[in-house]
Design a protein around this ligand. Structure first.
Ligand code: SF4
Ligand code: SF4
Length: 340
């Protein structure tokens, strides 16, 4: 590890001391027990003399101005740009990860200059972004930094977004919810075997986080990556759709996305998701009663669930036809699309 990197003391709410200078990190459902001098599973938090320190606080590895649709969020401030940043490290080891250069790094390859929470919000305002997104790697592993940025962003009138694997602890979720406007959670599968095999994680905490978010008034969208032979089976997709309809809400936007092996970390020998599979997955979601499913080029637009009018057209640009309150201009149905 580079010696000159800032080592921010981890907030007391997110760890506690055990015996013999060992500490337990309470940030995510791994609850790592970390011995003196050692990092946690995510490689971003280290035990120094019996206290926990964050290694990625104020060290974003990637910053960009992205369309909010790229998160993906299709029903939250459609057509807007979002100031997006990620740090390094992750509490998962997904073989399919497309951002593995930062998510599986311990900071050695990514050590950019410090960017304070104040400077992040100032940059977002300077480029005219109405929101700040924590994305690219898992925001849970830089939660202290993200929460500090979010507090300042909220005071400046900006919205806040997380793109997450949903593995944060209940403790972190409590601190996060009052500061969060919108979130996209990866529902990678509903099978524990998938999470164990592909991500080195468990499914139950993810499902609980999704249910919790659905009941808290945060704008929620879900994404499932269809990895051939791993997370694209009819049975799994039916159970995932059933989970969403019964526990989360049939009106939750669900993004079914295609796997691209060439940019994956350790699954380059798996084939790309065929267009027919995306089409079949879309049909399964429709049959289960989902209102808004997005998959592939043929299912990117948003239609009114009552009268079928085109509400949002997504091509190169996003064209909105609903009113500012998210009502259908033809029949007045409240579509719950959030514009502000
Ligand atoms: S945030 Fe990192 S150190 Fe903390 S419990 Fe999760 S994986 Fe372990
Ligand atoms: S896909 Fe997401 S959760 Fe999985 S390793 Fe990459 S950044 Fe982490």
């Amino acid at each position: 590890m580079k010696e000159n990197r800032r080592q921010e003391p981890a907030r007391g709410a997110f760890w506690h001391a055990l015996d013999d200078q060992t500490v337990q990190c309470d940030m995510c459902h791994r609850f790592c027990r970390i011995r003196e001098g050692q990092p946690g599973f995510c490689r971003t938090r280290v035990n120094r003399m019996g206290s926990l320190f964050s290694l990625n606080y104020a060290h974003p590895a990637s910053i960009a101005l992205d369309p909010v649709e790229k998160k993906p969020l299709y029903h939250f401030m459609p057509g807007s740009m979002t100031f997006s940043l990620g740090t390094f490290g992750c509490n998962f080891r997904c073989g399919n990860c497309q951002n593995w250069q930062i998510s599986q790094d311990d900071g050695r390859r990514h050590h950019p200059a410090e960017r304070s929470p104040q400077s992040i919000v100032r940059e977002a305002i300077d480029v005219g972004a109405p929101s700040v997104s924590f994305t690219y790697n898992e925001p849970t592993v830089c939660a202290e930094y993200a929460l500090d940025c979010m507090r300042i962003a909220r005071r400046a009138g900006l919205k806040t977004i997380w793109v997450t694997n949903g593995y944060m602890s209940d403790n972190l979720l409590e601190k996060l919810l009052p500061l969060l406007d919108a979130v996209n959670v990866d529902l990678k599968s509903v099978d524990d075997a998938f999470y164990r095999r592909v991500c080195q994680a468990r499914v139950a905490p993810v499902l609980r986080t999704i249910e919790r978010l659905a009941g808290e008034g945060v704008h929620l969208e879900l994404t499932t990556l269809l990895i051939p032979g791993f997370s694209d089976g009819d049975d799994m997709l039916k159970r995932a759709a059933e989970f969403i309809v019964t526990k989360v809400g049939a009106k939750t936007p669900w993004h079914l996305s295609a796997f691209v092996p060439a940019i994956s970390w350790r699954m380059q020998n798996i084939t790309e998701t065929p267009a027919e599979r995306l089409e079949q997955a879309y049909s399964i979601a429709q049959q289960a009663g989902m209102t808004w499913t997005y998959s592939g080029v043929h299912h990117q637009n948003t239609f009114c669930p009552s009268c079928g009018s085109l509400l949002i057209e997504r091509n190169r640009f996003t064209l909105r036809r609903h009113d500012r309150e998210g009502h259908c201009p033809h029949c007045g149905t409240d579509t719950a699309i959030k514009d502000k």
